[in-house]
Design a protein around this ligand. Sequence first.
Ligand SMILES: [Zn+2]
Length: 353
Amino acid sequence: MKENIEKLKEQIQLEISNITNLKQLMDFKVAYLGKKGKVAELIEQMKTIDNAHKKEAGMLLNEFKNYINDIFDNAKIKLEEEALTKQLSDEWIDITLPSTSINAGTTHPLTKVIDEIEELFVSMGYDVVEGPEIESDLYNFEKLNLAKDHPARDMQDSFYITSEMLLRTQTSPVQARTMDSNLEKGPIRIICPGKVYRKDDDDMTHSHQFTQIEGLLIDEGISIAHLKGTLEILVRKLFGNDREIRFRPSYFPFTEPSLEVDVSCFKCGGSGCQLCKQTGWIEILGSGMVHPNVLEACGYDPKKYSGFAFGMGPERIAMLKYGINDIRHFYTNNINFLDNFDRLESGDMNESK
Ligand SMILES: [Zn+2]
């Protein structure tokens, strides 16, 4: 028995050194400790041993079983560690590789201007109101004091869909709609941004589609002084705190009197430069006191109520603010152009002076 075990131990040492994976190790275990394994054979041999030596043989056998189990356990731990090390090295991820960059969009310069104006007027209690871009002749013209044969219609050559429907030429119909739908005929404070359409030939300063933003305030006892104060706040917000405005008489069918508004040049401060064509002033928007005919057409009593309206083109504001020389840049979706506005926050123009 003792000799057999010593031989087997030598054999085991040899076999275990050749084992390279868990399957071989399991086969090894079965070969020695399995039902028909080497240890089972030794147990079988016990029957032939006389009683005097049985106890000693039993102890040797037990010791041998423990010996095999230890060898097996150690080999198993070693193989598992090797497998883990291999897995760790195989599945290594290089976290220092640069990641795929994500292209974030930027706010369109026109949207920036509109947002800035909206924010200002909302802070003064105005509502932002939008209206349909396909508009009726009634709201686009007639309610705004432009009868069908009115010569001022020539100023706004339009895209007609039918003789009564057209792509709106201005955002003013939103004003008429708001006055109309205000059943109490009470005070109104609104700002109306949106796209408008005119049959213009596209060039550096004209586009068949552009944006407008208009404001309307109606209440009792509203005068030009209120209009002037409001517009001063607006131009100072857009072009800096030192800006002044001046009114020039003008003509719009829906306001009386009508006033063109200039802002003192934010580049030269009024001394004259190329931007202001040496005048010191830059034309910025149109405005006026709401025409009594418009108030009446929308159900307001012009003897009780008065109001002012103003409108401007976000394109012109953005071109002046950001020094853009061609209106078509706004519509061609050139990412290289639009990316430049990523760095500009509202008010940058003023701070850079
Ligand atoms: Zn100037």
